[in-house]
Every structure is written in structure tokens, then in C-alpha cells.
Design a protein around this ligand. Sequence first.
Ligand SMILES: C[S@@+](CC[C@H](N)C(=O)[O-])C[C@H]1O[C@@H](n2cnc3c(N)ncnc32)[C@H](O)[C@@H]1O
Length: 271
Amino acid sequence: MFYQDLHAYIRNTSEEYDVLAKITQHPGRPKPLRVVDQIYMLPGSQLNQAKLVSDYLRGREVVFVGDGDCMSLVTGILGKEKLVDPPAYMRVFDFDERIVKFVRDASQQFGFSDLIEAHYYNVRKPVPKAFFNQSDVFYTNPPYGSKNGGQSGIVFLARCMEFCKSAGSYGVAILPFHHHKAWSRDAMYNIQQFLNQNGYVVSEMLRGMHRYHLDDEPELLSGTVIMDRVKALPPPYRKHIFKKEELRKFYGDSQKEFPDRIDENGIVVAQ
Ligand SMILES: C[S@@+](CC[C@H](N)C(=O)[O-])C[C@H]1O[C@@H](n2cnc3c(N)ncnc32)[C@H](O)[C@@H]1O
């Protein structure tokens, strides 16, 4: 299904948009930093996404790996307002300390802080023991990996595999796929190969679903890929700290050094 068809098919209400905007237009929401590929999703795309994936997240323990879009908070507030069925619990991990703080503050403000926790975490390092193997489902929207054959997505997905339970767990990833763009075909091919080699199959893919605040490429669309863990294989990078050479062009050409974190003032802090 393509973007226009999808928008015609899903009927969103003004009530739903107003609830979404409490998060996405919140005055305390951090400004996206393009240098690390933070490019926020536009509201219609995000509302569609939240409603479509709510079936996969409802009643589950969900881990969000990188959540600049604040899909966790959007899901939480739509659940609180009884517009979707919420997950049982949400854990959010991001290397941007502003996002971690915003998740904590906004969930408190809107009365669902019992449903969510947020932590600083950099995908360069293995998942901390306390969170290994804990979640039923992952949700991630990794950097595009347009200049490294999808390696950025592979690193994120490798960590998602560590966060999740082995048998019967599954994941939801937003991945760019423009079949006429060679970089996106290559990235998708490499990512799906990595998934297969590590016990996952792609069970659903809805492409052309989301648009972004992206001035230089406003027509770039991404899709939702659902993947199921069908074989209990050990996560491939469990003890591995990714090295500089493995993280080349992680954010395209814009960020030369791989960062350790974004601090609370929005400063990119090097390793
Ligand atoms: C590419 S952005 C996702 C795109 C999404 N539209 C957005 O603007 O947030 C990736 C998300 O992961 C986070 N992130 C990027 N690099 C990371 C890293 N090395 N470790 C952990 N989180 C990271 C970013 O802060 C952001 O929330």
C-alpha cells in the first residue's frame, strides 16, 4: 500500500490529533539534531503508525531502541485516553539525554509514568545485563544507513535482539525503502539477510508509510517491517563493543566522530 492510499484508508479524528499534539508539539520536546539523523516524523504519518502498530504492542512488554519520534509517549497518551490499547510496559533507551528526560517528565505530567521507564544507552555497547532478554517486542526507527549499506540499521537491530526474549518474540522496525533508490535496495537487502542469518523472518512489510520534516528530501518515505524470531539463535554481538571502523558513516556524511551521547543541552559529546 502506498502513502496516499493509506491516508485515505485510515480515518483519523481531530480528537486523536489533539492528543498526539500534546506530545509532539509539547514545548519541552527536544529539538531534533540533523547531524545524528534525528528527523521527526510528520503528525499524520505518526498517528497512522501509532494506530497500526498498537495491535502488535498491546498488552506486551515493549522496548524502544532510539525514540526521538516519542512513539512510546504517543502510544502511552493514546492509551491513557482510551484511543488505543496500551502496552503492558515500555522501556525506552536512547543516547540523547534530552529524550530520556522528556520521556520521564511527560509521562509524569500526563499520568502514565507507571507504564514507562527511560534510560541513557548507546547501541555501540552491549545491552546491560539487567535488560537482556526482558522484552516481548522491540520498536525501533534507526538511522537510515544510506552511506554504509544499512550497517546503522544492523547495529540497532543487533541490540534489539539482545533486549528481547528468545522464543516467540518479535519486532517492529521503521526502515527506509525506496525501490528505485540503489542505496535503499542495498540497505534493505543487507538488513534482511542479517535478520535471516540470526533467526528472524520478515513476516509483514508495509512500505511508503511515513513522511518526515526533511527539507532536502521531503518525498523520502519509510515503511514498517514486522519481524518474527523463529529460531532461538544467540544474538550475534552479545559481548561486542562496536569499533570505529564498524560504525563508519553511521549518520551519513554529517557526523565524522561516532558520539557517546547528546547531553541535556543538546551538545554532541564525543567518545
Ligand atoms: C535516526 S533517529 C530516528 C528517526 C526518528 N524519526 C527521529 O527523529 O528520532 C534514531 C533515534 O535513535 C537515537 N540514537 C541515534 N544514535 C544512537 C546511538 N548510537 N545509541 C542510542 N540511540 C541512538 C536518536 O537519538 C534518535 O532518537
